[in-house]
Every structure is written in C-alpha cells, then in structure tokens.
Design a protein around this ligand. Structure first.
Ligand code: Z5A
Ligand code: MG
Length: 232
C-alpha cells in the first residue's frame, strides 16, 4: 500500500517557510492527496507553552534544557506523524529537528566568542543532534536560504529571543555546514536541498514543486519505506 511522504521546510526567520509550506499543502490537496500540516515548535501542548514563554522572553531556561524541550515537542508528535504516513497521508512540516540543531549550536558559537571561559558542556553539533535520533526521517528537507539583507527587506525580525542579526548570522552558517554534509544531520544525497528563497514567491514555489515531484517519483519507484533519523 502507498504511504505518505514526510516533507520538511527549514530556514531562517522570514525565509518563507510558513508561506511555502501552506502553498505546497494546497497544491498537493488539489492533486487529490491527503495532507497534514504541522509546525514546530507546536506551542499548543504543555511543553510547547514552556517553549513559547522562553521564546517570548517571559522565562529563562538552561540552554541544554530548552534544547531538550524542543526535541521533546517533536517526540510528542512522532507517533502521529508515523500513523499518518502509514495511512497514506503526506505530512508537511514547518521546521523540524534541523532547526533544533542549528539554533542551539549557533548559540554556542555566540557564547564562545562573547565569553572568555567555555560553557560547562559545549553544545556541539553531535550533542545537539542526539536527542532527535529515532524520529521519523524526512523524505525531503527544503532549506529555504535567504541572506540577512534580503530578510531585512522583508520587514526585519520580530521581538522574540533569537530574532537578532548576530544570532541569525550564526544560524545561517550552521545550516550551511549541515547542508555541506557535516555531522549526522548532514546532507544525505537528495534529501536536504537548498532553495534560493530570495526569489519571488512563485519562483520559489516552482522550485519547491520540482523537488517534491522528484522525491515523490523516487520514493514510489524504489518502494522506500518510512525511515527513522539515524546516527551515521
Ligand atoms: N527553534 C529552535 O530554536 N529550536 C527548534 O527546535 C525549533 C525552533 C523547532 C520559532 O519561530 C523559533 O524557534 C525560531 C527558531 C526556534 N526562532 N527564530 N528566529 P517560528 O517558526 O514561530 O517563526 P519563523 O517561522 O521563523 O518566522 P517567520 O517570520 O514566520 O518566517 P517564515 O515562516 O519563514 O516566513 P513567512 O511567514 O512565510 O514569510 C515572512 C514574510 O516574508 C511575509 O511577510 C511573507 O509574505 C514574506 N515573503 C515570504 N516569501 C517571500 C518571497 N519569496 N518574496 C517576498 N516576500 C516573501
Ligand atoms: Mg513561520
């Protein structure tokens, strides 16, 4: 029996993840597919509410604790994702574990340049990756890449904790390293695709669609099952 596909949108703030993920859902539904759209963090669960308060600066958390809460917020959706894929519903995610890895590791790069003594446990790429090992593995991750200048032209950032130029710069650097194949989250042929998000809305949509179509054909042709995210 056919299965649903797991498609992830990743990228910086303002790169168009929400807009493009919703456009893709509409397009797939118009093609007759069943689709579930989800976003991370899911701020509606008890864990999501802790994350929401942290992002809004209403509470503080140790860097390791907040990282694990972001991961737990994905784990609480894991069985829902699996059951939808098994029932031939495609799942489209607005952010997933790549955000977890990129944002937390970026923080360590910031603190290592601004503070003279190293943090007690460095937030290495491997440490940041390990809590998400075992989650449903995306069939395709679309990394919407946008320069900071282009993001600024889209009205600048909001007021949440990570919405600062210095942080966004580091996050973009880490996403780039992952895209180049660094660490266990690193590029696996064809599964982590960079899309130039600085183009017009329709052009980006077209590029997204071409990548989705290619992935779809290859999953069906090769009869690939649903995978889990593994360490190399
Ligand atoms: N975070 C984390 O640290 N660890 C984790 O594990 C996870 C997340 C999962 C959640 O933010 C924060 O949590 C985030 C990472 C961290 N922190 N930061 N920074 P969020 O997901 O709630 O917010 P966001 O999605 O990053 O921000 P956003 O502004 O909603 O960005 P977007 O969804 O990528 O963009 P958009 O809403 O589709 O578009 C933004 C604007 O640009 C809008 O006016 C559009 O009309 C416009 N736009 C979009 N595309 C185009 C094109 N192609 N041309 C022109 N204008 C465009
Ligand atoms: Mg968004």
């Amino acid at each position: 029996m056919a299965r649903g596909k797991l498609i992830v949108f990743e990228g910086l703030d303002r790169s168009g993840k929400s807009s493009q993920s919703l456009r893709l859902v509409e397009k797939l539904e118009a093609d007759g597919h069943h689709v579930l759209h989800m976003r991370f963090p899911d701020r509606t669960t008890p864990i999501g509410r802790l994350i929401d308060a942290y992002l809004k600066g209403e509470s503080n958390q140790d860097d390791h604790v907040i990282h694990l809460l972001f991961s737990a917020n994905r784990w609480e959706a894991s069985s829902t994702i699996h059951s939808h894929l098994a029932a031939n519903t495609t799942v489209v995610l607005d952010r997933y574990f790549y955000s977890g890895i990129a944002y937390t590791h970026a923080k360590s790069l910031l603190s290592s340049t601004s503070s003279p003594s190293p943090p007690p446990s460095p937030l290495t790429l491997d440490w940041c990756t390990s809590p998400d090992v075992g989650l449903p593995r995306p069939d395709l991750t679309l990394f919407l890449d946008l320069t900071l200048e282009e993001a600024a032209r889209r009205g600048g950032y909001g007021g949440e904790r990570y919405e600062k130029r210095e942080m966004q710069e580091r996050v973009r650097e880490v996403f780039g390293r992952v895209w180049m194949g660094e660490g266990d989250a690193g590029r696996k042929a064809g599964e982590f695709v960079r899309v130039d998000a600085g183009k017009g809305m329709e052009e980006v949509e077209e590029e997204v669609w071409m990548n989705v179509r290619d992935m779809w054909e290859s999953v069906e042709r090769e009869g690939k099952g649903v995978g889990v995210f593994e360490m190399k």
